[in-house]
Structures are given as structure tokens and as C-alpha cells.
Write a new protein. Structure first.
Length: 354
């Protein structure tokens, strides 16, 4: 049992009224994961654990967290999204609870630069939290403004995986996709990427928000040569006054058109993993409100071009699905922890909750 009482709040956005079957699938899986988190944190010694649900809206993360602090008056607090850390172990939960139970200004995140879960001791400090847009900026505010000692668990790569959409469910081995979703093309492409990665004569292209740790792991663990193009690692902070996002691959597609994606990538390697959110940010800016809706992005991740309404993204998705080499589109997880999950030789259970 933690030495000081710890409160845990798991934030779970319900699907909106216009959500389609893919969005409902993701929401259902995240709800199941939230319940797994709830039980695990109680076993780890947390005193008060609850899932906070509700329809998606424009409330900033900072305002949402202040409301939680006012209502629960926590001594120590752990806050996370329902899709966070699906590969967490009992030790991970225990470490987060122990960090929140300390009697000093201390915080522990899965990654201080891109946080999906944060444990905060002396949580009353959060009453002064500004309207941070997302949880990613919380560790930085705690360290630079509130004077906290902030540490993280970034060496535990599995904690970087976050269920943002359906691709993570496929990578985790979920087989309960809604009826009518044909995922054979995606699974064939993922199998092709794995085959290329195992071939010493081949070259694997990885483009987007790829960390140095992921590049190092690929160089050490994958027989194929790796062509990594790291772009927009600070994408989520670009909206706060820094320069506009820019992508080398995005510039090429501007000149040649999104329908040329497959041909361009085939000149670079025998398979490719592409962070499509960087391409969207290059084209439309870092604010996701200006991007195609989640339904389009999710369908694109599954390589289902006929389900994508946005013309540009539909062309890009069709080009990836029809490319002469295996190409997979996705977000940060695809070119980060998803790489190790899919290509790693360790026998990681891909069904962490049921």
C-alpha cells in the first residue's frame, strides 16, 4: 500500500454521435483497457481509482485536470488516457503509484517529452495549471514552472505505445474488428514489412517521428539495412509559436502528388513505414482540428482508401495500398514502439487485455 493516498484518473473519450464502426471499435477497446488499468492500479496500492468518461469536446487538457483536482482533492495523482500503456506490467503500475505517493515535488512520466501517463506527488500544485492543450506538455510545466523534479521511464520502450487508433489494435493482435472491415490488405503489408526487415539484402524505410532509440534498436536488431528519415519529433509543440511543420517527403509529394507515394518509396527501399501525421502537418499545419477527421485517418491507417472522404488522404492511402513494395501508414506508434512490437524477436504478448 502506498505511504500517502494516491488518486488515479483514467480519461476516456466516448465516441461522438457521428462516429463510425472503426471509431466505435477503438473506443470499445480503449474502454476495456481503461478497466484493466483501474484494476491494476488498485492492486498496486492506489486508494481511489476511477474512469472519467464523456463525449469528445474542445476542453483543454489543463482545464480538465484542474477540474479533477478540484473535485477529488488528491494528495498524489496519476493521470492517463484510456489508451495509454497497454503493455504495462505490474511493476510499471507500482512504480507510478509509488512516485505519486512521495512527499516531495516529484513527478514520473512514461516519457517527459511525450507523456501519456504522469504520476504527480503534491498534486495540489495542479490548481495553478494553465490550459495546456494536451498531456504531452504537463511534465515540462511541472519542471519549468512548478519546480518539480521530473523523471521518466522512457527506457521501458513498451510504455510509449498508446492506442490512438485501429492500427495499434492490429499490432497488438486484436482480431475483433467490426464486420465488413477487410484487413487482409493491411495484414499482408505488415507481413511484407516483416519479411523485408529479416532480409540482409533489403532496405527498410522508416519516415516520421522516429526516436534515436528506435533507430539504434533497428540498426542492432533488424538484419535489413535501415533508411531512417527523422522528421518533426516536436510536432505537438509546433503549434505554440515555433516554425510551421515541414517534411522532406511532404515536399516531394507536393511536387509529384500523393498518388506518387508508392513510386517514390520504391526508389528508396523494399518496404516502408510512414508516419502520415507528419505529412498531414506539413500540408495542413500542426492543429489536428484542420486535418481530415478521425474516421478518415483511421481508415487510412487500415489502408481502406474507399472509406476515406478527404481527397488528398484518399489518394495517399490508395497509393500506399497499391504500392509495388509493402507500405504501412500510421502515427507515432507505428514508427516508434510499434516497430519493436511488430519486428521484435521477443515473444511479447500481443493481447494485453481481453
Amino acid at each position: 500500500m502506498a505511504s500517502r493516498p494516491v488518486t488515479v484518473r483514467i480519461l476516456h473519450p466516448d465516441p461522438g454521435p457521428s462516429a463510425g464502426p472503426i471509431e466505435h471499435w477503438v473506443a470499445m477497446a480503449r474502454a476495456e483497457l481503461a478497466e484493466r488499468h483501474r484494476r491494476a492500479f488498485l492492486r498496486a496500492g492506489a486508494a481511489d481509482v476511477a474512469v472519467v468518461g464523456g463525449p469528445p469536446d474542445d476542453t483543454p487538457f489543463g482545464a480538465r485536470l484542474r477540474a479533477i483536482v478540484r473535485a477529488a482533492r488528491p494528495v498524489g495523482l496519476v493521470v492517463l488516457g484510456s489508451g495509454a500503456i497497454p503493455l504495462a506490467s505490474g511493476r510499471d503500475y507500482a512504480d507510478l503509484v509509488a512516485a505519486a505517493a512521495r512527499d516531495a515535488r516529484h513527478a514520473l512520466a512514461n516519457n517527459r517529452y511525450s507523456a501519456d501517463v504522469v504520476a504527480i506527488a503534491s498534486a495540489e500544485t495542479l490548481a495553478d495549471l494553465p490550459d495546456l492543450a494536451t498531456d504531452n506538455a504537463l511534465p515540462r510545466w511541472l519542471a519549468e514552472v512548478a519546480g518539480f523534479d521530473v523523471s521518466d521511464l522512457r527506457r521501458r520502450w513498451r510504455l510509449a505505445l498508446d492506442v490512438d487508433g485501429p492500427l495499434e489494435l492490429v499490432l497488438l493482435g486484436r482480431t475483433d474488428a467490426p464486420a465488413g472491415l477487410d484487413l487482409r490488405g493491411l495484414r499482408d503489408r505488415l507481413a511484407g514489412v516483416r519479411s523485408v526487415a529479416a532480409d540482409r539484402r533489403a532496405e527498410l524505410v522508416v519516415n516520421g517521428r522516429v526516436s534515436a532509440a528506435t533507430v539504434t534498436w533497428l540498426e542492432r536488431s533488424v538484419p535489413a539495412r535501415v533508411r531512417a528519415l527523422v522528421e518533426e519529433r516536436g510536432l505537438r509543440t509546433s503549434a505554440s509559436g515555433q516554425r510551421s511543420p515541414a517534411s522532406v517527403l511532404g515536399m516531394v509529394l507536393e511536387a509529384q502528388g500523393p498518388d506518387r507515394l508508392g513510386a517514390v518509396l520504391a526508389r528508396l527501399g523494399e518496404a516502408a513505414l510512414i508516419d502520415s501525421r507528419v505529412l498531414l502537418a506539413h500540408r495542413l499545419g500542426p492543429d489536428e482540428a484542420a486535418w481530415p477527421p478521425a474516421a478518415d485517418r483511421f481508415a487510412s491507417d487500415l489502408l481502406l482508401a474507399d472509406r476515406v472522404g478527404d481527397p488528398w488522404l484518399r489518394e495517399l492511402t490508395a497509393a500506399a495500398a497499391g504500392a509495388p513494395i509493402p507500405v504501412v501508414l500510421g502515427g507515432h506508434s507505428l514508427v516508434g514502439p510499434g516497430v519493436r512490437l511488430w519486428l521484435g524477436r521477443d515473444s511479447i504478448a500481443r493481447r494485453p487485455w481481453s
